[in-house]
Design a protein around this ligand. Sequence first.
Ligand code: SF4
Length: 428
Amino acid sequence: MKPKFSLTSLGCARSLVDSEHMVDQLNQIGFEMVPEGSNESIRVLNTCSFIQAAIDETEANIAELIRQKQVGDLQYLVVAGCYPSRYKRHILEDKYPDVDLWFTTKEEHQLQVKLSELVFQKRFQPNPNRNYLKLTPNHFSYLKISEGCNNWCSFCTIPKIRGEHTSKSIETILNEAKIQLAMGAKELVLIAEDTTCWGEDLYGKPSLSLLLNELAKLDVMWIRIMYVFPSRVDDEFIATVKNTPNIANYIDMPIQHVNTNLLSAMNRQHSKDFLCGILNDMKQEIPDLALRTTFITGFPGETSAMVDEVCQFIDDYEFSQLGCFTYSKERETRSAKMAHPVSLAIAQQRLDTIMTKQYHLLQQRMPAYLNKTYTCVYEGNKRCRSYMQAPDVDSLIILDQDPNIQPGELTDVTLTGVSGYDFLGHCV
Ligand code: SF4
């Protein structure tokens, strides 16, 4: 009988791609993936740990799975990803003796061999025939183009957890893209810690445009670029997005803050003037550009005047999608030692100020989109997305009736109204 396993994937899309590779590894050796709680003997928990809230969620999951193991609902517990990458192994083994296997992000390729050794009590020869599996719907696919990060933002644990930036080769990425397209993907969502750094280790300089030009030759409706690092945006990148029809006119560029002194303290490698310059260039060059960004409130030294600067900035630069997080003090980071900490309560108030401002701005701006018609991808349950909306993280278009098509099929939708952050729409 096939060993049955389930997998819980915490954290971001980058972790989800790692989870897909782990599922793929186990499928190759005859393990069967089943939904969580289906009498499986093995649970794989892929974790996140880049801020305290993520650590808390991970530890709560581990505690619950240990409980399930202790009452006999699970036989083996495997924990992988960012959490075991952040802490020393002996500390984790002392804290959680019931966890059978730990894998850092750099060790995950060993899952197949180590787990089969554990389950079968002998060395196991994996089947080399790969059987690609995904955890997202078939009509879009995340394409992780590199691992790690060299930017060392002063608040961020990722460079320590995931290591130096390492690009996948262009052949590997194209091959993965072709597999995804053959499986029905219409949209490739490029992800990495910093997509704009792609190629620096391969070609001596960041070369995302080279990769984009090759991907754009494939039969793909939208290539969507996430996690753009502002200081690597240049004229070549903007021209590539502008001139390539199947690159969505959508850019996700996490800004984190706009005050120049705070950007410097964050080690973001650019000033507010630089940000204004590239945003002006992008908006001027790329028609109907949809911009997504994220901010952090409560970084040490932040004042309420700096939050006013953020509010003015989002008024000036019109982000169609915006997320905001409170600063999380992480022990190993440089910002943890900085003076003038801001309390969580004030950081939360500032987050509310920015999000309320964004909400009111959207209520003023969204009516300008009404009565226009967009090609949309149907997501099921009377929900669809245009190029302006990334899967999972952005708002949606809510249809007035069931279009009677399958998720992943295309439909033209006229926007008819606004409901909070979402549009209402009618299939043409
Ligand atoms: S760009 Fe900055 S915030 Fe993003 S992963 Fe790298 S160090 Fe962290």
